[in-house]
Write a protein that binds this ligand. Sequence first.
Ligand code: SF4
Length: 548
Amino acid sequence: MKIIIAKNAGFCPGVNNAINKVIELSEHSTKKIYTLGQLIHNNDVIKNLEERGIVAVNSISEINDIKTSILVIRAHGIPPELEEKIKESGIEYVDATCPLVKNAHRIIKEYSEKGYTTIILGDKEHAEVIGLKGYAGDNCFVISSVEEAEKLPDIEKANLVSQTTQEEELFERVVNILTPKIKELIISNTICTPTKLRQKETIEFSKIADIVVVIGGKHSANTQRLYQICKDMSKEAVLVENENDITDDLFKDKNTVFITAGASTPAWLISGVEKKIRGIIYKENIFRKFFKFIVASGIFTGFAALGLISVVYKSFKTSPDIKFAISLSLVLMAAHIINRSSEKEANENNFRKTIFLKYNREIRYIAYISIILSILLSLNSGILYTILILLFALPAMVYRKIKKSLKISAIKDIFITLGWVYIICFIPAISLHKLSSPIFYSNILLIFTASLIRNIFIGILQKKNDMIITNEYIYFCLGEKRTFKLLYIILLVLLFISIPYCRYFSIPILFLPVYYFIMIFMMKKGKSPDIILSEFLIELPFFAIILV
Ligand code: SF4
């Protein structure tokens, strides 16, 4: 059976921007964050935002603590009178209206000021349409069907606009009806480009699929519209909110499945549904499940750390004390696991979420046992090393509790990178009495750059999967373009630093930066594999270096 995943499924840029804005505010501001209406129609994301203390209100009157609150206007936009009211109330507010919706506001305002009647094709009750109407004044009609277009009275001159998520085909049919009816008709097709691309792709693949799976909130207008297109175009279509709605019998006697999703559906929900379907069709074998467990649980990170520790020892032309090296890698692995397992469940990729929900206790035990083992093994080398390891382990264990009070941008990437440098470079250098050696400083640069690349990649992966990342990540703080620029700079530094290491590892060490250049290229092209395999590929060279 063939599975086709829509390229344009998942958060649209407008939704993405609104979510980023509220999260940034909740991280930076001491004020309470409210959104005017639900930010998006997706229960999993709403639940996650609520856990961050972000509350949706239907009206400003529901907010008692005006002085200590920030109100966020969501991507749908609002009518100008309501914006005036918000200003008058004195509450601090942030406008996250999508620029494409704002463009529709501008067009409506421009023509209505010139005396044109505004005709909006959209759902009367939808928040975006209510906002659009506000810019048209009283001289406005809202229609939602061909029949309603036919019933419009005679109008001298009109401006036809559309809700941004409207069906293209319906818009064209309405244009055909209104063109002979209205003497001077301005056709302003304000359906946004992300919606057009989504619909075009949906029509194309719905025609060839035996079944179409549409993922999205049942109350989301754009998901409903997408579902309607699929129903009309395909042999069979189902609307599901998440993987729990998928049943085996849906795929009996089917050859092609097309999976698509509304603009408010995060990629991790799509990936969850895809995995469930793949599981039904292909029945995952035990080795693949084991591989995923090793990577998703963070155990592979321990092996990756061990690889880098061996690099440091080799650079000092000595072999590592195996017990000591294992104790160092165990503490890094434990910190990684604790950090991952305490991330919010709705924020997580489906497979990882499954692992941490199903085995959360067991995985935490692995982390605690790793720390105990690390301490016991380090005692073998002396109490000083146990103390040095604890100096890292203790803050790492409470990181999630203290990070909010630290209020430092990119804190997570910085903390992990410095933690890796401390454990992998600093502690071995002390044990070998090499703190004054120039090699110690070049090791710091090497591990710092390698670890920073790893952490930035992980941030990008999370964001590409529509997980809700915060300003803890460099990617969140810098945005896509600047993050990739930064990655290129770090890779050049890594390439430069790697050259002297050819003495210990011969030429293959230079493949490390080249390998990451290829990964960036694939990521930018959107061709990276699923998040679990991608994480494995990011850490693979660290581990593979042991073999060189
Ligand atoms: S659907 Fe289009 S107009 Fe609406 S928020 Fe998304 S990108 Fe903006």
